[in-house]
Design a protein around this ligand. Structure first.
Ligand code: NDP
Ligand code: OXD
Length: 311
C-alpha cells in the first residue's frame, strides 16, 4: 500500500512533509517517480495529467487537494470505480469567507469608484452612494460548504442575502432559491452576485450575457469558483455598457491568466491569482489519514464526492 502525490502545480513537498511527520511508516511517492504502479492505493491529486490515474491498477481513492473536483473529471480516462474525496476544511472555508467579505464590503462602500477618484485627484463625496447593508441585495450562486459560510457571515453584517442551490434549502436569514426555475428571482434581487458553484456540465458558462442582463443595472460580480463558469467574451461588453459596474475574478479559463489577456488592464476588473482560499496541508493531511484508516477498516469515507453529479 503506497500513497502517491500528483501535485505538480501545488508544492508536492508540503504534502510529503506533512504526511511523513504524521505517519513516518507511510510509503509516499511523488509523481512521476512512482515505482511499481500496482503499489499505489491512494493518490493526493491536483490537476493530474490525463491518463495518470487510469495507469494505477489498484487505486482505491483519489483525494482532491482542493474543494473542487472538476480538475479530476476533465480526464477522459478518469477511472469510474475509484472513490473521490474532496477538501472540506475550516481553514479553507475561513479563507473563502474572508475573500468574499473583503470584496463584498469593497463594493458596498463603492471603493472601485473611490480608487478612480483618487487617481484623478477628485474629491466628490456624493460619488459614494449611500445604501445601508440591509438595502444591499447580495446573491450567492451555490449554497454548499462555502456558500453557506459566506452567506452566514454576510447576514451577520446585516446584508440582504439570498442564495441559489440545486436542491431546496431552508437557512436562517438567507432567502433560498433552487433549480433553474429559481435562478431569475435570485438574479433580480442581487446587486452583488457571488459565484461559489462547482464546475459541472450544468454550471459551465453560467456567468454569461443572458445572466448579466437579469441582474440590476450596475451590479457587481465576484467569481471565486471556477473560470469555466464565465463566458469571458461576455464580460467586457457587460462592463462597458454599464450592465455590470465591476467584476472581481479569482479564477480564469486559462491559469495563470496569460500576460496579454484584456482582463489584466481593465479598470473595472480586479484580478486575483486563484488564491481566494488555499488548502492548508497541516489540517487536510489529518483528514486524509483518517479517511485512509476508515477505508482500511471498511468504513464510510468523509466528504466523498458524488461522481455522477460531479461535485
Ligand atoms: P459544495 O459542493 O459544498 O457546494 C456546492 C453548491 O452548489 C451546493 O449548494 C449545490 O447545490 C450547488 N449547485 C451545484 N450544482 C448546481 C446547479 N446545477 N444548480 C444550482 N446549484 C448547484 O462546494 P463548496 O461550497 O465546498 O465549493 C464550491 C466551489 O468553490 C468548488 O467546487 C470550487 O470550484 C470553488 N473553490 C474555489 C476556491 C478558490 O480559491 N477560488 C477555493 C475553494 C473552492 P446542493 O446544495 O443542492 O447540492
Ligand atoms: C479549490 C481551489 O477547489 O483552491 O479548493 O480552487
Amino acid at each position: 500500500m503506497a500513497v502517491l502525490i500528483i501535485a505538480s502545480h501545488d508544492r508536492p513537498d508540503w504534502w510529503l512533509r506533512e504526511l511523513e511527520q504524521r505517519d513516518p511508516a507511510l510509503d509516499v511517492r511523488i509523481w512521476p517517480d512512482i515505482g511499481d504502479p500496482a503499489d499505489i492505493t491512494y493518490v493526493l491529486a491536483w490537476k493530474p495529467p490525463p491518463g495518470a490515474l487510469a495507469s494505477l491498477p489498484n487505486l482505491a481513492i483519489v483525494f482532491s487537494l482542493g474543494a473542487g473536483v472538476d480538475h479530476l473529471f476533465t480526464d477522459p480516462d478518469f477511472p469510474a470505480h475509484v472513490a473521490v474525496v474532496r477538501v472540506v476544511d475550516p481553514y479553507l472555508t475561513a479563507g473563502m469567507r474572508e475573500y468574499v467579505l473583503l470584496h463584498t464590503l469593497r463594493y458596498h462602500k463603492n471603493q472601485p469608484a473611490l480608487d478612480q477618484q483618487q487617481r484623478d485627484h477628485v474629491w466628490d463625496d456624493r460619488a459614494r452612494e449611500l445604501r445601508r447593508a440591509d438595502e444591499q441585495g447580495v446573491g450567492i450562486l451555490g449554497l454548499g460548504e462555502l456558500g453557506q459560510a459566506c452567506g452566514n457571515a454576510l447576514v451577520g453584517l446585516n446584508f440582504d442575502v439570498a442564495g441559489w442551490s440545486r436542491s431546496p434549502k431552508d437557512l436562517p436569514g438567507i432567502t433560498c432559491f433552487d433549480g433553474r426555475g429559481g435562478l431569475d428571482a435570485l438574479l433580480g434581487r442581487s446587486r452583488i452576485l457571488i459565484c461559489l458553484l462547482p464546475l459541472t456540465p450544468e454550471t459551465d458558462g453560467i456567468l454569461n450575457a443572458n445572466l448579466f442582463s437579469k441582474l440590476p443595472k450596475g451590479a457587481f460580480l465576484i467569481n471565486a469558483a471556477r473560470g469555466g463558469h464565465m463566458v469571458e467574451e461576455d464580460l467586457i461588453p457587460a462592463l462597458e455598457s454599464g450592465r455590470l459596474a465591476h467584476a472581481t475574478l479569482d479564477v480564469f479559463r486559462e491559469e495563470p491568466l496569460p500576460g496579454d489577456h484584456p482582463f489584466w488592464d481593465h479598470s473595472q476588473i480586479t484580478v486575483t491569482p486563484h488564491n481566494a482560499a488555499i488548502t492548508d496541508p497541516r489540517s487536510v493531511v489529518i483528514q486524509i489519514l483518517e479517511d485512509i484508516g476508515r477505508h482500511q477498516r471498511g468504513e464510510a469515507l468523509s466528504n466523498q464526492v458524488d461522481t455522477g453529479l460531479g461535485y
